[in-house]
Every structure is written in C-alpha cells, then in structure tokens.
Design a protein around this ligand. Structure first.
Ligand code: NAP
Ligand code: 8YV
Length: 326
C-alpha cells in the first residue's frame, strides 16, 4: 500500500526524521529551491505536516496550498507558530508537545532566576578574566525573603511553583481565571501582581492574547528591586519598555530565555552586564527534546492509524466538539 504523504517544514531531530521516514513518504520543504512551486506540485498529496515553533509561521498561505491536509503536528508546547484559527475553519487538527517538557523548563527557569539574582555568569566571567586575583567578586542581590509572582500558572508554571516552595519564598500568581484548587495568592491583574511581588516569572503562551502583557506600567509596578524572568515568549514582554526599565533602574535585573525577534537579540540587552541572557534553551536537553520529538511522531502515526491525535490543542479537540445546533 502507498505510504501517506507528510510534509516537514525544516529539519527536525534525527529521531523524528528517521521514524517519519519509515512510516510515511516524507517531503522535505527546505530542500526545494522554489518552495511555492514545490508546494503547488506536491501540495494536493500532503495529508500531514510536521513543523516546529522555530520553523516560521504556518498560516493561511500554507494551508491554501495543502487542500487535503488533515493534521499539523507541531514540535513545542507553545503553538503560536500555527494559525490555529485557519486550522479550525478547515477542520484540520493541530497537535503540540505538552507535559513532557514541564520539569526541564521549570528547572531552567529556577536556574535562570538564581543565575540572575546571584550573578553566576558574571562571577564566572570575573574569574576567567583574572579579576579574582585583583579583587573579590562584589556581593550580589539575593533570593532570600523575596516574593515571587508567576504569570501563567499552567502546567509549567505549577512545576516552577512546586520547586519554589522548597526555597522558602512566598508565591502568588496571575492568569485570566483564579484556580480553585491552588492555595497561592491570586491577582486578577498583572500590574496588581507586580505591585505585590519583587520577582515576576512569565510562563504564558505567546500570540495575540498575551502580546505585551508585561509593559512599562507592569515593570514600574515591579519596582527598583524587581527582577523579571521570561521563559514564555518574547512577544509577552514589551522589549523596548524592558530595555528602558533596565537602563533607568526602574527594575533591578532580568533573566531572559526568549525575545521578540529571535534569534536576533537587541544590542542594548547584549551590552548590559547586569542581566542574564539565554538563547531559548529552556527545553533544550537531549532527553527532553527527544521526548518532544517522539510526541510529534506519535501524533502523526496515531492519527493515520485511525486512533486520533495524542495531544490535540484545545482549539481542535478530539473527538471533535459537536456543532452547536440552530
Ligand atoms: P499551559 O498549561 O496552557 O499554561 C498557560 C498558562 O497561561 C495558564 O495558566 C493560563 O491561565 C495562562 N494564560 C493564558 N493566556 C493568558 C493571558 N492572556 N493572560 C494571563 N495568563 C494567561 O501552558 P504550559 O504548558 O505551561 O506552557 C506555557 C508556555 O510556555 C507555552 O505556551 C510556551 O509559550 C512557553 N514555553 C517556553 C519554553 C522555552 O523554551 N522558553 C518552553 C516551553 C514552553 P488562564 O487560562 O487562567 O489565563
Ligand atoms: C522549544 C518551546 O524551544 O515548547 C515550546 O513552546 O518554546 C520550546 O520547548 C521550541 O519548541 C523549539 O522548537
């Protein structure tokens, strides 16, 4: 029997490529010299897509060229790279890779928080530059007695909170809805949360709903001892406002894993010695990336064996939600 045709938008982990190659006829979009011509040629045969948060947006232009598409299997728990509204209109299922990365991302968020407060990269640079021979490294800020606000207490936010409990700090959160089974203090506005704490850890989805949720007002509310940790998406924080707040001393410091225009990072941030910058690595261990990749494969193989998707996003539930009558 002929294998099902699946399109991959850019190279993925060896594990994913090998398993998809074995199960499907895998079309490699990045190898085409003229991508539009290539999609016009093979687009009618494609029934599944494997893509990733870092492969660029998958939107109406691509959907239009794939009239028989049934499923988009995206690598990453965030799926702001896929125009889900377009997928819903066309009855296409979208899947992501939730849960398998919760602990890895939460570990990194805590590491970034402590690295930022205790200035671990700066201390490393001090030693390597031979400056320890001249003077001790200056005393740093601390996590002690801090109040932590988590913006987005979802799967990963909760894993971060559980870790923070072990550090003896107070924990509060903001989301659109208060969670009845959570004992942490709830703030219905992010500014209200920022006023009450001196660390904000941002771990919401990206996209239009959270764009610039953390703006100049929020940063001013966080205050001059305040620290911002962003492991969510660059779009959630107004980067220009953040640079200004860091320059003026409106907040103390920041630890960032994500940026508005990745992989381009503003020179103004790179030039600041007192902050910590990571290149979007929160889930980037071999162990966790392979688990995410396996889920990309499992979603496609499960779908095409007739068993439905493993981890559909909430907008494209499976089994499909019944159509409203009337
Ligand atoms: P999740 O379980 O869906 O949790 C998302 C949380 O954000 C929920 O608690 C939700 O609460 C809150 N939220 C959603 N929209 C909001 C809004 N407009 N304002 C305030 N809060 C909002 O997702 P997750 O699995 O924890 O992942 C969260 C995100 O982390 C991903 O979407 C991705 O963007 C990011 N991430 C980044 C990395 C990295 O490498 N840096 C790795 C993994 C994930 P309410 O519904 O109550 O608002
Ligand atoms: C990955 C992420 O870095 O899962 C997400 O939403 O941002 C990260 O785990 C990303 O998916 C890499 O492709």
């Amino acid at each position: 029997m002929a294998k099902t045709d699946v399109l991959m938008t850019a190279p993925m982990l060896p594990l994913v490529m090998e398993k998809l190659d074995a199960a499907f006829t895998l079309h490699r979009l990045w190898e085409a010299t003229d991508r539009d011509a290539y999609l016009k040629d093979i687009g009618g045969r494609i029934r599944g897509v494997a893509t990733s948060t870092v492969h660029g947006r998958f939107n109406a232009d691509q959907f239009n060229l794939l009239p028989n598409l049934e499923i988009v299997s995206s690598f990453g728990v965030g799926y702001d790279n896929v125009d889900v509204g377009e997928a819903v209109k066309r009855g296409i299922v979208v899947t992501n890779t939730p849960d398998v990365l919760n602990d890895e991302v939460a570990d990194l968020a805590i590491g970034l928080l402590i690295a930022t407060l205790r200035q671990i990269p700066q201390a490393d640079r001090h030693l390597r530059a031979g400056k320890w021979l001249e003077r001790p490294f200056p005393l740093s800020p601390t996590l002690r007695e801090r109040k932590i606000g988590i913006v987005g207490l979802g799967r990963i936010g909760k894993a971060i909170a559980r870790r923070l409990e072990g550090f003896g700090v107070s924990i509060a959160y903001h989301g659109r809805t208060q969670q009845s089974d959570v004992a942490y203090a709830y703030f219905p506005t992010v500014t209200g949360l920022a006023e009450a704490v001196d660390v904000l850890i941002v771990i919401t989805p990206g996209g239009a709903g959270t764009r610039h949720l953390v703006n100049a007002d929020v940063l001013n509310a966080l205050g001059p001892e305040g620290v911002l940790i962003n492991v969510a998406r660059g779009s959630v924080v107004d980067e220009k406002a953040l640079i200004e707040a860091l320059r003026s001393g409106a907040i103390l410091s920041a630890g960032l894993d994500v940026y508005e225009d990745e992989p381009r990072v503003p020179q103004a941030l790179i030039d600041m010695e007192h902050i910590v910058l990571l290149p979007h690595v929160a889930s980037a261990s071999v162990h966790t990336r392979n688990a995410m990749g396996q889920l990309v494969v499992d979603n496609l193989t499960s779908w095409f064996s007739g068993e439905g998707p493993k981890t559909p996003v909430p907008e494209t539930p499976w089994p499909r939600a019944p159509k409203a009558s009337g």
